[in-house]
Design a protein around this ligand. Structure first.
Ligand code: OAD
Length: 247
């Protein structure tokens, strides 16, 4: 019972209320690069600049090139064993997922498993296109953002439906995630550095409410110190091992 994974399985066995806080590490084994770390996209400071709202005004075309490239890769991505095991776990109790990821891999895993838990996209979605002016939003992967399309309703500039630095998170996703954090018995923090707020505040809220925090990450993070159980490993390996003990 001393192994962290055994302790985590014991916490999850009693159908607790669980908030899962996911970051880019969850999709790493599907071939989506993380932001930070040795292989992270932010190693290139020019890329970090492209995630800031101010860049949309100064270098829209360059910014759209980067996002369009990522949008075009979405069709080639597959959920990895971590996504699938997480959805299997969700079947066993009252689970809510708050993800910072802008891909659709959790939804793809949910379709594959045949069960869809509540999934809140705190940083929006690459599948969505939104008007920067009026907020009109719709799912459309065929639109080429590099061509600088405009909104049919108001003529404003269209952009990816993601959250940039300098912008607020979608209120509904944040509120529902915060509610899940407040009622959580267990909070699983997986594949995130815990550096970006308010997403990183959710495990802190759960912690303050007395939840047991479980971290799944090959590396130490900003949140490791407040986690009760730390499982050092890749989510594509740890989550299936954990699910196997419970499902
Ligand atoms: P980061 O790139 O900051 O952190 C990725 C985390 O995933 C690190 O802690 C890695 O150790 C871990 N990791 C890597 N491979 C893993 C694996 N196979 N299994 C589990 N964990 C693994 O990514 P996020 O925390 O998601 O926001 O970044 C948060 C936000 O910063 C992003 O949503 C994005 C970025 O700026 C915006 O653009 C608004």
């Amino acid at each position: 019972m001393n192994e962290p994974i055994e302790r985590a399985a014991a916490e999850l066995a009693d159908e607790p209320s669980v908030l899962v806080c996911a970051g880019s590490g969850l999709s790493a084994e599907s071939g989506v690069p993380t932001f930070r770390g040795d292989d992270g996209m932010f190693r290139d400071p020019d890329i970090a600049r492209l995630t800031h709202v101010q860049t949309f005004a100064s270098d829209r075309k360059e910014m759209m090139r980067w996002y369009q490239e990522r949008r075009e890769k979405l069709d080639t991505l597959q959920p990895n064993p971590g996504h699938l095991a997480l959805i299997e776990l969700c079947r066993t109790g009252d689970y809510t997922i708050a993800t910072q990821n802008v891909d659709h891999l959790l939804e793809a895993a949910a379709d594959e498993v045949g069960y869809r838990p509540p999934i809140h996209h705190l940083h929006g979605s690459l599948l969505v296109v939104r008007c920067h002016k009026c907020g009109n939003a719709f799912e459309d992967l065929s639109l080429d953002l590099v061509k600088l399309p405009t909104c049919e309703r108001c003529g404003g500039p269209l952009r990816p439906g993601v959250v940039w630095f300098g912008e607020s998170l979608p209120a509904d996703a944040l509120q529902k995630s915060a509610e899940a954090a407040e009622r959580a018995d267990v909070c699983i923090v997986v594949g995130t550095s815990g550096l970006v707020h308010p997403a990183a505040s959710l495990p802190q809220i759960a912690d303050q409410r007395g939840a047991t925090l479980i971290e799944i990450n090959p590396n130490p993070t900003e949140l490791s110190d407040i986690c009760d159980i730390v499982i050092r490993g890749k989510s594509g390996e740890v989550l299936p091992a954990l699910a196997e003990k419970i499902v």
